[in-house]
Design a protein around this ligand. Structure first.
Ligand SMILES: [Zn+2]
Length: 217
């Protein structure tokens, strides 16, 4: 893009930071101030969801990282998925994964909203790491309750009820798979989905999320 087009793009289609909504340049993903402030996750929580061999996260779910994930849920935060994919790919370097998939949403939600934020992150990570992406391995059934509305103890059984293997799934035997979601809270969703992928013969499952919630101290 030449300088004139860059200038016109910045004026006519101003790009905004997904974390603070400030106007940024057309080629920026997150503003410089937010990049400095993003709460990097340093594996403070050592718990690996059952059924997974590891869990890799980019940020702690708070402050500007929380704003970024919320923007992604509302559609205009795609650049936050791209930025997070860069951080995650550095953390996953040399992991040997052969396939990327995501935690699915319901058909109705996908139809009404138009996208699943976990799919958006999975696709961004697939592009960043040059690893193929298959978003049709698992399905999520309709449920009266949202996973985040449940207590920690109820989440595991609920997650096992709502996720299942897609009838159209491809062969994943002996593949190391990155299972992507936006937020890891109790790890119950990752566990339920990882068990399903393991039952299909996957070699192992690495849980990957943009944010991880930490217990209040
Ligand atoms: Zn910002």
């Amino acid at each position: 893009m030449n300088k004139v087009y860059e200038f016109i793009t910045d004026i006519l289609m101003p790009n905004r930071c997904p974390c603070c909504y400030k106007v940024i340049r057309y080629n920026e993903l997150v503003c410089k101030e937010c990049i400095k402030k993003l709460p990097i996750y340093n594996a403070e929580d050592k718990t690996v969801p059952a059924g997974c061999s590891a869990v890799i996260c980019a940020f702690v779910y708070k402050d500007s990282a929380k704003n970024g994930v919320l923007a992604l849920k509302k559609s205009w935060g795609y650049s936050f998925a791209e930025y997070s994919a860069k951080i995650l790919s550095e953390r996953l370097e040399g992991c040997g994964a052969e396939l990327i998939t995501s935690v699915p949403t319901t058909k109705r939600k996908l139809r009404n909203k138009g996208w699943n934020q976990a799919d958006v992150i999975a696709k961004a990570l697939s592009k960043e790491m040059d690893i193929p992406c298959d978003l049709k391995l698992l399905v999520r059934a309709e449920s009266a309750q949202q996973q985040h509305e449940l207590h920690a103890g109820e989440r595991a059984s609920h997650a096992r009820e709502i996720y299942s293997i897609s009838k159209r799934h491809k062969n994943i035997t002996d593949k190391r798979i990155l299972l992507v979601d936006d937020i890891c809270t109790t790890g119950a969703t990752f566990s339920a989905c990882a068990d399903l992928l393991n039952s299909l013969g996957a070699k192992d499952i690495i849980a990957v999320s943009v944010c991880r919630t930490l217990k209040e101290r």
